[in-house]
Design a protein around this ligand. Structure first.
Ligand code: GLN
Length: 415
């Protein structure tokens, strides 16, 4: 049987493929970005209570009233961003569903969508599924956004720009000046900003500035975020969209027919967390992540990877071409990632999955640090073996074409 053409232009998630491979190799999974530490008790208690209280049926399709109210309150308090919980806020099945629902609702076939690169892998398939044409602009770790290249990417065909800050995988926190430049282009070309602010509370530098709050942007911004990263509940699938009423109406229709709604009792848990956790919680979250960042950065730097400490989010993109193991430079990113997973016991994501031209990510892999200290310390211990003769011999075998390695790459990445 044939399959629909719209599914032919993209493949399964490489990030999740690497998670499977990590399991197979019993290797430390520093590939997929999910925390291994517990969620706040009050959030779990509130969700459990909701289940016991029989909050078991559909919530309102665009989200439980209590959660939308709580969101309206925190956006006003955190950012001076006023949104009407009845007309402008929609609760979705994670930020992932929010993004694809927004794209399907707002982008017409052939429209151009500006995407910063390296990008989170979902934006590619999102563009394909909505028949959009992605136009890429570099946003590299530690590098300022090139405003001339950005301006050149906008045209009369541009419908939207995807603004992911703090960014995955580059770890950039866009500055006010960079966001103002993006906003100015959106206004000039009459196009939308669709944001992904899922790491808004995980920052080590700068401030989080929702682009919706900049002049001229409120009416043209779709603000997306969610509970997954802030509260460590990636499996709950609770995200949200804040957008002007007319845009919200279209997004809600798509969201309704795709999902009916997000899990009702879990929405109660997230509402309780937003209502009750104070500034201290968010400050501690960022502090904890800063410590983890410094730990993993030191381990990668010490092992000979070239990388820049991220300003936000919980990823490090690392260049392996100058490791003290000469054979490494002869491997591509997928082979290196699989080799590291199998032989060293630490699993990253191949860099090419974050670039439209895979050649750009050939010497890069991405590691996450949303893990407890024991896991990061063990990963550091394993990475420290990279300079040893054993590692070099293993890499040399891999570089010279090991059939088992090739099979592992295929099964890990394509199953
Ligand atoms: N956002 C996370 C990452 O980049 C999780 C990816 C996923 O599996 N959806 O790793």
């Amino acid at each position: 049987m044939s399959t629909a053409r719209r599914t032919h232009g993209f493949r399964e998630s490489v990030i999740r493929g690497m998670t499977r491979l990590a399991r197979e190799h019993r290797s430390i999974n520093l590939a997929q970005g999910f925390p291994n530490f517990p969620a706040p008790e009050l959030l779990k208690d509130a969700a459990a209570r909701a289940i016991h209280d029989d909050v078991n049926q559909y919530a309102i399709t665009w989200g439980a009233g209590r959660l939308r109210q709580a969101l309206a309150r925190v956006y006003a308090e955190w950012y001076g961003f006023d949104a009407d919980p009845d007309r402008e806020i929609t609760v979705t099945c994670g930020a992932t569903e929010a993004m694809i629902s927004a794209m399907l609702a707002l982008v017409d076939p052939g429209d151009e969508v500006v995407v910063f690169e390296p990008f989170y892998e979902n934006y590619g398939p999102d563009a394909i599924l909505s028949d959009a044409r992605p136009v890429f602009v570099p946003l590299e770790p530690g590098q300022p956004l090139d405003l001339d290249r950005l301006a050149a990417a906008f045209s009369p065909r541009t419908r939207a720009v995807i603004v992911n800050t703090p960014s995955n995988p580059a770890g950039r926190v866009l500055t006010r000046r960079e966001l103002e430049a993006i906003a100015e282009l959106c206004v000039r070309h009459d196009c939308l900003a669709i944001t992904d602010e899922i790491y808004e509370h995980i920052r080590y530098a700068g401030e989080h500035l929702p682009i919706a709050t900049l002049p001229g942007m409120r009416e043209r911004t779709v603000t997306i975020s969610g509970a997954s990263k802030t509260f460590g509940v990636t499996g709950w699938r609770i995200g949200w969209v804040v957008a002007p009423e007319a845009l919200t109406d279209a997004i809600r229709k798509v969201h309704d027919f795709l999902t009916v709604g997000a899990p009702a009792p879990l929405q109660e848990g997230v509402a309780a967390a937003l209502e009750q956790l104070d500034r201290r919680f968010y400050a501690d979250l960022a502090d904890g992540y800063r410590r983890r960042r410094d730990r993993l950065f030191a381990a990668l730097d010490g092992a000979g990877f070239r990388c820049t400490p991220p300003e936000g989010a919980y990823y490090i993109l690392a260049d392996f071409s100058e490791l003290p193991v000469p054979a490494a430079a002869r491997l591509g990113d997928s082979d290196f990632a699989v080799w590291l997973s199998r032989e060293v016991g630490v699993t990253p994501v191949p860099g090419s999955s974050f670039f439209h031209d895979p050649a750009r990510g050939r010497s890069l892999v991405r590691f996450v640090f949303c893990k407890t200290d024991d896991v990061l310390d063990e990963a550091a211990r394993r990475l420290a073996t990279l300079g040893t003769p054993r590692a070099d011999a293993g890499l040399a075998a891999a570089a010279s074409g090991d059939a088992a390695l090739a099979a592992a790459v295929r099964s890990g990445l394509q199953r």
